[in-house]
Design a protein around this ligand. Structure first.
Ligand SMILES: Nc1nc2c(ncn2[C@@H]2O[C@H](COP(=O)(O)OP(=O)(O)OP(=O)(O)O)[C@@H](O)[C@H]2O)c(=O)[nH]1
Ligand SMILES: [Mg+2]
Length: 187
């Protein structure tokens, strides 16, 4: 269930449409990531030009030589069947949210509920983008939302376009995994 073995493991990036899963994986992946983008025909939901219909895939190598396989889910609920396929065998999950999007706090619940069952020991990190937009909920508001449900997970403010920010999310998750597995996963 932990998915952590022999220096190779899987992390899933999830979250609603436009939160930046595809962007985040592209920001850190070694080599060109695999993408399954098509034209976005739901410009009401989000103005961006393309959307993920299958998955994103990239990989990184940590300082200790561990290989991390990075999968990004589609955000649109119509591709929900992919969430369970991609969640299977994941060591941990990173939920990305856009604080400036309507209903961002509710989206946190949606994606936590969908992915918590896939990961052992609450191996969950939340990355929140665009917290600087006026009237957007703060990272504290997202943390309080988790607290209210008895879920303990780090909530970090990120810009998914920045490699350093995305690596911070991955390293935080790897620290959680390392503290919960007998194998240990050094950062
Ligand atoms: N201006 C600005 N743009 C941002 C910021 N964070 C993310 N973006 C942009 O938001 C968009 C996110 O798009 P994607 O990476 O395709 O989002 P996704 O989560 O993969 O979406 P789906 O696959 O459709 O579910 C990209 O165009 C990013 O450049 C930010 O802080 N400021
Ligand atoms: Mg995408």
């Amino acid at each position: 269930m932990s998915g952590v073995e022999a220096g190779e493991f899987k992390i899933v990036f999830t979250g609603p449409m436009g939160a930046g899963k595809t962007t985040a994986i592209a920001a850190i992946s070694e080599g060109e990531p695999v993408r399954t983008e098509v034209e976005n025909t739901d410009r009401v939901a989000h103005a961006k030009e393309s959307t993920t219909v299958g998955f994103d895939f990239g990989r990184i190598t940590l300082a200790d030589g561990s290989v991390v396989r990075l999968y990004g889910t589609p955000g649109q609920v119509r591709y929900r069947f992919m969430w369970d396929i991609l969640g299977r065998g994941a060591a941990g999950v990173i939920v990305l949210l856009d604080a400036s999007a309507p209903g961002a706090l509710v989206q946190l619940d949606v994606f936590v509920d969908a992915f918590i069952p896939h990961v052992a020991h609450g191996a969950l990190v939340v990355g929140v983008g665009r917290t600087d937009v006026p009237n957007a909920p703060s990272t504290d508001a997202f943390a309080a939302r988790l607290d209210a449900r008895g879920i303990v997970a780090p909530v970090l403010s990120v810009d998914v376009r920045r490699q350093g920010d995305v690596m911070m999310l991955v390293r935080t998750l790897v620290c959680i995994l390392g503290s919960h597995t007998a194998h240990g996963v050094p950062a």
